[in-house]
Design a protein around this ligand. Structure first.
Ligand SMILES: Cc1cc2nc3c(=O)[nH]c(=O)nc-3n(C[C@H](O)[C@H](O)[C@H](O)COP(=O)(O)O)c2cc1C
Length: 377
């Protein structure tokens, strides 16, 4: 019985062995879930998802091709589709706008960089160095990313933010599945109407962009709102107990980020991985300082200083442009207490780095144990 409980509808839909999805993790600093991590999770029986948010289309294509060379199993690609970004524009143009729209914040960031002891960026490998030089944050770029993903017929596309409705019919025509990630019931209803195949309900406990609602209340409400569309739970899930809890809430599987950051295969600076290994459940904080949207990171001095000011943040893409001199300088100097480290509240459960395969295996074994304990006969 325990074995069958883990063989959910999600496994049949995605042709995977276990209902465990590696969350798409891009983040401003470049991909965290890259080809090696994605292939390791897919080869272990879950579904790996490449984090391609904000990456130039050529880089998205290269990552997909690399992943195809590392696994024959299904995998996916995640990008974000924030509605508020300009349709077109280059990074240089967005930066150029800053002094006129946010002079107070620009002056403040200069002073803050000095106060925090962050050296001026020397133009080396900066925080956004994996990104395109231009159109990183425009609607046109987001569409170009989708064109590549459709062209490559990646088995699964996940929209980490926003509504992928415009591409669902084309994806289905190519035999692909589409996932919408949401943090509220309202957004879940919207992406359900757009025809997505699977909805990820991502709660407040998550690393990266967060909902205001906790995973425990969010998941069943989304399940009820979008039935019969299958729902996957995200946020604060890092072991077999979390997997069983998600199934008990009506989800058909889990979408996990932070637990896979704590693997050898994740692309994450070693000193930032160490912060997660050393961190407790109380060492993360939600802030808008990096992207302008609420996101959860390991606590650091930049976030603490920004939150103290009470200054309003700017919308995408202006906030990252504003804060970039601090990020670049800190990144070059490897300042672990300044460089943002997105991570969720399960950071306290990660006490050592592991191979991704082991994370999947332990989650499955742990879930089987819990299921057996819950129904001993
Ligand atoms: C390092 C990191 C980077 C992330 N980047 C993205 C991203 O680019 N796109 C996205 O949809 N979600 C992103 N997320 C959120 C994850 O997809 C996922 O929803 C979240 O990690 C789930 O919560 P957990 O961290 O408690 O497992 C990121 C999370 C982390 C920890």
């Amino acid at each position: 019985m325990a074995k069958n409980a883990l063989r959910t509808r999600l496994c049949d839909m995605l042709d995977i062995e276990y209902p465990i999805i590696l969350a798409g993790m891009g983040g401003m600093g470049g991909p965290v879930s890259g080809p090696e991590l994605v292939a390791a999770v897919s080869n272990a029986g879950g579904l790996g998802i490449l984090g391609c948010a904000f990456l130039p289309p050529q880089k998205v294509e290269a990552m997909i091709k690399k992943t195809k060379s590392l696994t024959n199993k299904p995998f996916g690609v995640d990008t974000v589709l924030p509605g508020e970004v300009p349709q077109t524009g280059t990074t240089a143009e967005f930066k150029g706008e800053l002094p006129s729209v946010a002079s107070e914040q620009t002056d403040f960031v200069d002073k803050l960089r000095e106060e925090l002891g962050v050296p001026r960026p020397r133009g080396g490998k900066g925080y956004l160095s994996e990104m395109a030089d231009d159109t990183v944050f425009s609607g046109d770029l987001f569409k170009e990313q989708i064109d590549v993903i459709l062209e490559e017929r990646v088995p699964v596309y996940a929209a980490g933010l926003g509504d992928p409705g415009f591409m669902v019919a084309e994806a289905h025509a190519r035999g692909m599945k589409v996932i919408g990630v949401v943090g509220h019931v309202r957004a879940a209803r919207r992406v359900a109407r757009s025809g997505v195949d699977i909805i990820v309900a991502q709660g407040h406990e998550s690393g990266g962009h967060v909902s205001r609602i906790g995973t425990m209340p969010l998941v069943p409400q989304v399940v009820d709102a979008v039935a019969p569309i299958p729902v996957v739970a995200a946020g604060g899930i890092g072991d077999g107990r979390g997997l069983v809890a998600a199934l008990a809430l009506g989800a058909v599987g889990v979408w996990c980020g932070t637990v896979f950051v704590g693997t050898y295969e994740s692309i994450y600076e070693d000193y930032l991985k160490q912060r997660i290994v050393d961190g407790t459940e109380d060492d993360t904080q939600v802030s808008r300082v990096i992207t302008g949207k609420q996101a959860r990171y390991m606590k650091n001095r930049l976030i603490a200083a920004w939150e103290k000011t009470g200054l309003p943040t700017l919308p995408l893409p202006l906030q990252p442009m504003l804060i970039l001199p601090i990020l670049d300088g800190a990144y070059e100097a490897r300042m672990a207490d300044i460089v943002p480290a997105p991570a969720g509240q399960i950071a306290g459960m990660i006490n050592e780095l592991k191979p991704a395969k082991q994370v999947v295996e332990e989650m499955v074994e742990g879930a089987k144990r819990v299921l057996a304990e819950l129904s001993p006969n």
